[in-house]
Design a binder for this molecule. Structure first.
Ligand SMILES: Nc1ncnc2c1ncn2[C@@H]1O[C@H](COP(=O)(O)OP(=O)(O)OP(=O)(O)O)[C@@H](O)[C@H]1O
Ligand SMILES: [Mg+2]
Length: 120
């Protein structure tokens, strides 16, 4: 299992989600509003938040835990659909996930993410 964590422009979120939802067996996702900055600080960003003399830019964080065989497709779709070509388009990170538990059923790991037989 892998975690795909992406920081994208908030105004690109709906487009990205609509596309991801079309992937068969898409496992799910979490969305949060965050603020931060990349290498370029907040320079050239369309929106900036200044707090205590520090500049941040608003972003949306997407977290998806997925089976390995889906990772390349998910990353490619996020990149394509969050892309404007301007500064601040965001970044995508992929990391390993060691364990998962589905609380209702006790299913573990890959089955906790998506199990066709028990999924009524
Ligand atoms: N190394 C990092 N660690 C954690 N979060 C990061 C990191 N880099 C970027 N982010 C998050 O991703 C957001 C988007 O980064 P951003 O696209 O502005 O990066 P950048 O390097 O400045 O690239 P660009 O030149 O395209 O603006 C940041 O506002 C921050 O929330
Ligand atoms: Mg930037």
């Amino acid at each position: 299992m892998k975690e795909i964590k992406a920081f994208i422009q908030p105004f690109m979120l709906s487009k990205v989600v609509r596309i991801l939802q079309q992937i068969p067996d898409f496992p799910g996702m979490s969305i949060s509003e965050v603020k931060g900055f990349g290498r370029g600080k907040a320079k050239g960003e369309p929106r900036r938040i200044i707090e205590d003399l520090v500049e941040y830019t608003p972003k949306v964080r997407i977290e998806i835990i997925a089976k390995e065989h889906m990772v390349d497709e998910i990353v490619a779709l996020i990149q394509k659909n969050a892309h404007t070509g301007n500064k601040g388009d965001g970044k995508i990170f992929v990391s390993n996930v060691e364990r998962a538990v589905r609380i209702r059923t006790g299913e573990r790991d890959g089955d906790a993410i998506w199990s066709p037989l028990k999924d009524e």
